[in-house]
Write a protein of this length. Structure first.
Length: 500
C-alpha cells in the first residue's frame, strides 16, 4: 500500500501542468542534443544548471532527467541514419543500425529503438520504485564511518572503470577533491587553495567547474576536428518492424534491459559499458554470430534497451545514497545542491514529492519519447544538417551568461575559461574528466564524514575496519583495484620480456 500511495503522490506532482511542460521540454531537448553529434547531455545540463535557480526543485529535476534519458534515445537516430553516434553509448547501435538502414529497414530500426527504450525505461523506473525505499532505510543506518567508506569506494570504482589507465582516473579524482575543497574551512576558518583571491573565499561553484570542463572543453575539441557525416539519403518508410523482426527483438530487449539495469546501479559503469556488454552477450549466444555487423535485429534492440535501462537506474545510487555514478549524475546532484537539498537518503523522507514526482515523470517521459520520435523522425533527420560551427557560438554565449548570473562575479567567467583549458588538456592527455567532477562533488562530503568519524573514535583510524559495513566497502574497493590492476601488470611484464 505504501508504494501505491507514494506513486499516487508522484503522479499528482508529475501531472501538474507546469511539471508536464518541464518534462516535455526535457525529453524534447534531450532528443535534440542526442541527435546532434558533439552536443551531449553533460554539456547541456552543465549549461542549464544556472537556469534551475528560478525553477521549483521538482520541475528542475524533472527537466534535467528528461534531458538525460531523452539524449540516450536521441543518439540512436544519428547512429542509424548517419552512422555517427550522437552519444558514446550509441556507438554499438551504429554497427547493425546503419546496415539495417542501408537495406531499407531504417524505419524498422528506429521503431525497435523506440520500443526497446520504452520497455527498458519502464522497467528501470519500476526498479527505482522497488529498490529505492529499502536502500534508503539501509542508508539511514549509516554513520560517518560507513559513509566515508562508501564514498571512497564509489570514487575509486568510478576512477577504475573510466577510459584509460586506472592511475590516471585515481589522480583525476584526487585532483577534483583538492579543487572541491577550495575556500574557507568551516571548522578552522583557514583559507585553502584561494591563492589570495577574494573571489575564491566562498569556494568554486559547481556550475562553473562543470561548464568549463565539459561545455568549453567540448567546443574546443570539436572545432579542431573536421566534420564527416555519411548521411543516409534513402527514404524512411515502414516505421513498424514486421512480425519476424519483432519476434527476433523480444528476448534481446529483455536481456538488454536486465544488463543495462545492472550496470546502471554500479557507480562508474555507465551506459557505454552496458551497451557493449549487451551486444557481446547477444553475439555470444546467437546461433549465427556472423549476422552481426550485417544488420542483425538483435544488435540494435539489445544495446538500445541496455542504454535506456542504464540511464534510468543510474538514479538509484544518486537519489538514495547521494553517490553519483557518472558525470551526468554528478550534475544532477549539483542541481539538488543548488536547490538547497542535501543529497542522500533524507531526500525520500524529507522531500517525498520530489522523489516520487521524478519517478512518475519518467514513465510519462518515456511515453512522450515514443510519441515524439517516431512521427517526427523527418524533423530530427533534417537537424543533422546543422554544422557544429553554427551551434557552438550559442552554447558559448549561454555558458557565459549562465555563469555570470550565479553571483554576478567576473571571477567566475575567468574560472570557466581556466576549467575549459584544463578540460582540453585532460582530453589531450587521455584523462577522463568524470572522476574529477565526482571528486569535486564528493570531496567536501568525504572530508566532513572523515572528520566526524575521527572525532567519534578519538582519532583512532581502526574504526574504519572495525565496522563490518565499512570493512565490506573497503574490501570490495581493494578487490576491484586488484582485479583491474593485475591484467595490466601481467601485460606489461610480458611486453618487457619480449623486448628483452
Amino acid at each position: 500500500m505504501d508504494i501505491l500511495s507514494n506513486l499516487a503522490l508522484g503522479f499528482s506532482v508529475a501531472a501538474d501542468p507546469w511539471n508536464l511542460l518541464y518534462c516535455l521540454i526535457g525529453v524534447t531537448l534531450g532528443t535534440f542534443i542526442g541527435v546532434l553529434p558533439g552536443v551531449g547531455p553533460v554539456v547541456t545540463i552543465a549549461m542549464l544548471l544556472p537556469l534551475t535557480f528560478g525553477l521549483p526543485s521538482e520541475g528542475a529535476l524533472i527537466m534535467l532527467a528528461g534531458i538525460y534519458y531523452g539524449a540516450a534515445y536521441g543518439g540512436s537516430t544519428t547512429a542509424i541514419l548517419v552512422n555517427l553516434p550522437g552519444e558514446s553509448s550509441s556507438v554499438v547501435t551504429c554497427i547493425d543500425g546503419y546496415q539495417m538502414a542501408r537495406k531499407g529497414r531504417a524505419g524498422a530500426a528506429l521503431a525497435l529503438c523506440a520500443i526497446g527504450s520504452f520497455v527498458a525505461g519502464c522497467f528501470g523506473t519500476a526498479l527505482i520504485v522497488v529498490a529505492g525505499p529499502p536502500l534508503t532505510k539501509i542508508a539511514l543506518e549509516f554513520g560517518p564511518v560507513e559513509y566515508f567508506s562508501l564514498m571512497l569506494m564509489a570514487l575509486v570504482f568510478t576512477s577504475a572503470l573510466v577510459h584509460g589507465s586506472m592511475a590516471k582516473g585515481v589522480l583525476m579524482a584526487l585532483f577534483g577533491i583538492l579543487v572541491g575543497l577550495a575556500g574557507v574551512d568551516i571548522n578552522t576558518g583557514v583559507r585553502r587553495f584561494t591563492f589570495g583571491s577574494s573571489g575564491l573565499v566562498e569556494g568554486i561553484e559547481f556550475a562553473v567547474a562543470a561548464m568549463g570542463l565539459f561545455a568549453i572543453a567540448e567546443i574546443v575539441k570539436n572545432l579542431e576536428t573536421v566534420e564527416k557525416r555519411e548521411v543516409f539519403t534513402g527514404r524512411i518508410s515502414g516505421l513498424m518492424p514486421n512480425r519476424d523482426e519483432m519476434r527476433q527483438a523480444v528476448k534481446p530487449i529483455m536481456r538488454g534491459t536486465l544488463v543495462g539495469s545492472f550496470f546502471g546501479v554500479l557507480p562508474g559503469a555507465g551506459q557505454t559499458i552496458a551497451t557493449f556488454a549487451a551486444y557481446m552477450l547477444e553475439k555470444r549466444i546467437a546461433k549465427d554470430p556472423s549476422r552481426f555487423g550485417q544488420g542483425a535485429v538483435e544488435g540494435v534492440a539489445a544495446p538500445e534497451a541496455a542504454n535506456n535501462a542504464s540511464a534510468q537506474t543510474s538514479f538509484i545510487p544518486t537519489l538514495t545514497l547521494g553517490i553519483p555514478g557518472s558525470a551526468t549524475m554528478a550534475l544532477v546532484l549539483g542541481a539538488l545542491m543548488i536547490q538547497g537539498i542535501v543529497p542522500g537518503p533524507q531526500v525520500i523522507t524529507s522531500h517525498p514529492s520530489l522523489f516520487w514526482g521524478l519517478i512518475a515523470s519518467m514513465w510519462i517521459g518515456n511515453l512522450l519519447l515514443v510519441v515524439l520520435n517516431l512521427p517526427l523522425v523527418g524533423v530530427w533527420t533534417s537537424m543533422l544538417r546543422i554544422p557544429y560551427r553554427v551551434l557552438f557560438p550559442g552554447i558559448l554565449v549561454l555558458c557565459c551568461i549562465g555563469v555570470f548570473s550565479l553571483k554576478f562575479n567576473e571571477v567566475d567567467i575567468w574560472l570557466v575559461a581556466l576549467f575549459g583549458l584544463a578540460g582540453y588538456i585532460f582530453v589531450k592527455l587521455d584523462c577522463e574528466p568524470a572522476p574529477f567532477i565526482l571528486g569535486f562533488v564528493l570531496g567536501p562530503m568525504i572530508e566532513e564524514n572523515f572528520r566526524r568519524a575521527m572525532l567519534m573514535s578519538r582519532g583512532d583510524p581502526s574504526v574504519f575496519f572495525t565496522s563490518p559495513i565499512s570493512l565490506g566497502f573497503l574490501v570490495f574497493m581493494f578487490l576491484i583495484m586488484l582485479v583491474l590492476t593485475i591484467p595490466s601488470l601481467r601485460s606489461q611484464k610480458e611486453r618487457a620480456i619480449l623486448e628483452a
